[in-house]
Design a binder for this molecule. Structure first.
Ligand code: AMP
Length: 585
C-alpha cells in the first residue's frame, strides 16, 4: 500500500457527526478487560447467553419495544417495517415451529434465501430454539449447497420456491435433512409447494407467539459460516454465543453506532459480515437497520441512503470502486446529507477510495479488518483517530495483533510478515465443523495464524499486504481454488484444472482457471463458454471462473499437486521462483 503518497485524513467525520464518538482508543487500551462489557449483556435467567435474546428480546422487553428494528425494502420497491416487538413475536413463532419439528439444542438449521425479512426471522427463531444456524448465499448453485449441508448434517432447510428448484437435484443427497420450509413471500411464486415440504406461512399462522428461549450457554455453538481454504472443500467455522459481546462492542467502537442511527450494511448474511454486522452488531445496540433486497446499482444504492436517511453505512471495497466508476455526478443527484459515518471491509481498501469518499461525501471510508474465523472486527480506523488512507487501522481494545516471521518472532515495525492474533478474543471461532486437524493447524506457538501478510508502522497502524496462501478474494468473497477445480473436472471434457486469482481493478481479483482437455476434445470458444456456463450453474456466478485458458498440461509437483503459484507467476509474467519440485514432463 502506498502509505507515503496520501496525506492522513483528519477527524473530519467527527465534526460532521455531531455526536461524541463511542471510543477513545488510546484511553481504552489502558487496563482493558472484557468483563465490563460482558456485564452490559442482558443474559438469560440463570446465567445463559443467547444471541437472539441479546439482539431482540432484551429490547422488546424494554423501552425499545416499539422502535423499528428493521426497515425492509424489497427488490420491487416494497417496504415493510418491523419493530423489536414484532421481531420478538415472529421469532418466537418460528422457534415454536422448529420445536414442534423436534429440533433440539445443537441441531443445525440452514437458511438458503434472498434478503427477505423471513430470513432474519428464521435466523433468530432458530437461535432461540437453541439450533446452530448456517446461512447460505442465495446465489450459490447446487454444489456449494450440497457440500455445506452434507458436512454440517443440517436437519432443516429454510428456503424459497425458486431456490428450492435450483437445488432440486441435490436434495436426495442430503441424508440428514428432515424438513424443508418454503417461504413464498407475497405469493411471488405461482407454483404450488411440493407436498413433502412445509409452508412457512401456514406454519407461522398456526404457531404460538409465546416461546421461552432455550437456555444456551456462552460457550454453546450458535452460527456457522463456511469459508474457503487452500486445500479441500470449504470448512464450517463455528461460533459461540459469546461472540455477541464483541459484535456489540465493535458496533459501537468501529461502526460508531448510536441510538438514533439508521444503519445500512450492504453485505449478504450468506457471508459473515452479513450476520455479525447485518444482524448482531446493530440489533444488540438497539439500532434501526435497513435491509435492502435488491442488488448493486450506483443510483439505487444512493437512493436507499436518501430515502431511508441512512446515517451509518458499512460496505465493501469492490462496491466502492464500482461507485467510483459510476462517476462523481451520480451522488450529486441525491440528498445524502444524512450520512455521518462510512466503513468498509472484506478486501484491501485502496487509498484512492478513502480519499474519494472524503471528496464526494465529506468523510472518508473507515477501513476495518477481520475474517470469518475472528467473528468480529479486530482492527479498525475509528472516528476518534486520524485515518491513514490504505491502512486497516489499529487493533480493537482487548485484542492483540502482531506481525511475525516464519518462526513466530515479531518483526520490526515497517517489515512485512504474517499477521497473527493472540487467541482468546470473545468472538474467536471454536472449530471447523468435523475438522479438528485443520482447526489446530491454525494455531502455533501461542498465536492464531490469519493467513494474511501485513505490516505495522511505527505508530501502530496495520497495513494489509496480501494473502499468504492461494485463497482468492474476489469482490470480498473468499474462494478456495480447490472447490472451483473440483467442479471444473466434473465437466466431461476437462482432464485437469488449476485455479488462481488474477488481479482486477474493480473486484481486486477474478477467478481464472487453466484447464487441460481430455483426449478427443478440441479447444474452441464454444467449449470454453460451455465449461464456463457449466461452472456457473454448479457453483454460482460469484465463484465460477470469469476466464478460462486451455493449456496442454498443468504444472505439478512431483507428488502431483498443481502448482498454482507457478500458473499465477506465468499469467502475470513474474519470475517463476523455486521450481525444483516441478514434475518432469
Ligand atoms: P472472510 O473470512 O471471507 O471474511 O475473508 C477474510 C479475508 O478477507 C481476510 O483474511 C483478508 O484476506 C481479507 N480482508 C478482510 N478485510 C480486509 C481489509 N480491511 N483489508 C484487506 N483485506 C481484508
Amino acid at each position: 500500500m502506498a502509505e507515503a503518497n496520501f496525506k492522513p485524513i483528519k477527524k473530519t467525520s467527527v465534526e460532521k457527526m455531531e455526536v461524541k464518538p463511542n471510543l477513545d482508543l488510546e484511553e481504552s487500551y489502558k487496563d482493558f478487560d472484557w468483563e465490563s462489557l460482558y456485564k452490559q449483556l442482558d443474559w438469560l435467567p440463570g446465567g445463559g447467553l443467547n444471541k437472539a435474546h441479546e439482539a431482540i428480546d432484551r429490547h422488546a422487553n424494554g423501552d425499545k419495544r416499539d422502535k423499528i428494528a428493521m426497515i425492509w425494502e424489497g427488490k420491487n420497491g416494497e417496504r415493510e417495517d418491523y419493530t423489536f416487538g414484532d421481531m420478538q413475536r415472529l421469532t418466537n413463532k418460528f422457534a415454536n415451529i422448529l420445536q414442534s419439528l423436534g429440533i433440539q439444542k445443537g441441531d443445525r438449521v440452514f437458511i438458503f434465501m434472498d434478503r427477505l425479512p423471513e430470513l432474519y426471522i428464521a435466523f433468530f427463531g432458530a437461535l432461540k430454539a437453541g439450533a446452530v444456524v448456517g446461512p447460505l448465499f442465495s446465489a450459490f448453485g447446487p454444489e456449494p449447497v450440497r457440500d455445506r449441508m452434507q458436512d454440517s448434517g443440517a436437519k432443516v432447510l429454510v428456503t424459497q420456491p425458486d431456490l428450492r428448484r435450483k437445488i432440486a437435484e441435490i436434495i436426495p443427497e442430503l441424508f440428514d435433512l428432515q424438513h424443508i420450509l418454503i417461504v413464498n413471500k407475497d405469493s411471488r411464486d405461482p407454483a404450488p409447494i411440493d407436498p413433502q415440504d412445509l409452508s412457512y406461512h401456514e406454519e407461522m399462522d398456526k404457531a404460538s407467539e409465546d416461546f421461552t428461549t432455550v437456555v444456551t450457554g456462552q460457550y454453546d455453538y450458535s452460527i456457522m459460516h463456511y469459508t474457503s481454504g487452500t486445500t479441500g472443500k470449504p470448512k464450517g467455522a463455528v461460533h459461540r454465543h459469546q461472540a455477541v459481546v464483541q459484535q456489540m462492542a465493535t458496533g459501537r467502537w468501529a461502526l460508531d453506532l448510536h441510538d438514533d442511527d439508521i444503519y445500512w450494511c450492504t453485505a449478504d448474511p450468506g457471508w459473515v459480515t452479513g450476520t455479525s454486522y447485518g444482524m448482531l452488531a446493530p440489533w444488540t445496540n438497539g439500532v434501526t437497520q435497513l435491509i435492502y433486497e435488491g442488488g448493486f446499482s450506483a443510483s439505487r444504492w444512493y437512493e436507499q441512503i436518501q430515502k431511508h436517511k441512512v446515517t451509518v453505512w458499512y460496505t465493501a471495497p469492490t462496491a466502492i470502486r464500482m461507485l467510483m466508476k459510476a462517476g462523481e455526478e451520480v451522488p450529486t443527484r441525491f440528498d445524502l446529507s444524512s450520512l455521518r459515518y462510512m466503513c468498509s471491509v472484506g478486501e484491501p481498501l485502496n487509498p484512492e477510495a478513502v480519499v474519494w469518499g472524503d471528496d464526494v461525501f465529506g468523510m472518508p471510508f473507515h477501513d476495518n479488518w477481520w475474517q470469518t474465523e475472528t467473528g468480529a472486527i479486530m482492527c479498525a480506523n475509528y472516528p476518534s483517530m486520524e485515518v491513514r488512507p490504505g491502512s486497516m487501522g489499529k487493533p480493537i481494545p482487548g485484542v492483540q495483533l502482531a506481525i511475525v516471521d516464519e518462526d513466530f518472532n515479531e518483526v520490526p515495525d515497517g517489515e512485512d510478515g504474517n499477521l497473527v492474533v493472540k487467541p482468546g478474543w470473545p468472538s474467536m471461532f471454536h472449530g471447523y465443523w468435523n475438522n479438528a486437524e485443520m482447526y489446530n493447524s491454525r494455531f502455533r506457538k501461542g498465536w492464531y495464524i490469519t493467513g494474511d501478510t501485513a505490516r505495522k508502522d511505527s505508530d501502530g497502524y496495520f497495513w494489509f499486504v496480501g494473502r499468504a496462501d492461494d485463497v482468492i478474494n474476489t469482490a470480498g468473497h473468499l474462494v478456495g481454488p480447490f472447490e472451483v477445480e473440483s467442479a471444473l473436472i466434473e465437466h466431461p471434457a476437462v482432464a485437469e484444472a488449476g485455479v488462481i486469482g488474477k488481479p482486477d481493478e474493480i473486484a481486486m481479483e477474478i477467478v481464472k482457471a487453466f484447464v487441460s482437455l481430455k483426449d478427443g476434445y478440441e479447444e474452441s470458444t464454444k467449449l470454453r463458454n460451455e465449461i464456463m456456463r457449466f461452472a456457473r450453474e454448479k457453483l454460482s456466478t460469484a465463484i465460477a471462473p470469469r476466464e478460462i485458458d486451455f493449456i496442454p498440461s498443468l504444472p505439478k509437483t512431483r507428488s502431483g499437486k498443481i502448482m498454482r503459484r507457478l500458473l499465477k507467476a506465468r499469467e502475470l509474467g513474474l519470475p517463476e521462483g523455486d521450481t525444483s519440485t516441478l514434475e518432469d514432463d
